[in-house]
Design a protein around this ligand. Structure first.
Ligand code: DAT
Ligand code: MG
Length: 147
């Protein structure tokens, strides 16, 4: 498959429990996908609004921004063959309660709290991954990741 990079985020509820972070990082490392970069970020309201700008008209936007600014987030640049869809599959779909019924082993089923507080992010396309990785890590770091 194509060599790709993606942005994975462990959202504030995961960072509140260091044992969860260790377990998830171990999982990724054992998968064969590469952690190219890691960085803990604590977004301002403005940064969270910019990251999720495509959702600004949605009913959940304010609660999403509030959640994403409630504590630090672990940003992880992953690289590997088809890593964008690999990470999306590993997370599961958006809504944890639905995942607990249909895909109970995915990360959102195991850790997610509510439809908004769903514990993980993953870029949804090559273009989103580029935009999001540049947003978090900057253009020079992005160039290194995709080499
Ligand atoms: P995803 O994170 O699965 O790509 P998305 O991009 O559609 O989902 O939405 C971004 C985030 O917004 C999502 O992770 C949680 C929140 N969200 C999305 N749909 C929601 C809904 N129907 N109710 C509450 N929060 C929602
Ligand atoms: Mg999305």
């Amino acid at each position: 498959g194509a060599l790709e990079a993606t942005l994975a985020l462990l959202k504030p509820d995961i960072l509140a429990n260091p044992a969860f972070v260790d377990s998830i990082i171990n999982d990724i490392q054992n998968s064969g996908m590469k952690i190219a970069l890691r960085k803990q970020v604590f977004w301002t309201q403005g940064q969270a609004e910019q990251f999720y700008a495509e959702h600004r008209r949605r009913f959940f936007f304010d609660r999403l921004v509030k959640y994403m600014t409630s504590g630090p987030v672990e940003a992880i640049a992953l690289s590997g063959p088809n890593v964008i869809s690999w990470w999306r599959q590993k997370m599961g779909a958006t809504r944890p309660a639905q995942m607990r019924m249909t895909n109970p082993t995915c990360l959102r089923a195991r850790y997610g709290l509510t439809d908004t507080r769903n514990s993980f992010h993953g870029s949804d396309s090559v273009e989103s991954a580029k935009r999001e990785l540049v947003f978090v890590f900057g253009q020079p770091a992005y160039k290194q990741i995709i080499l």
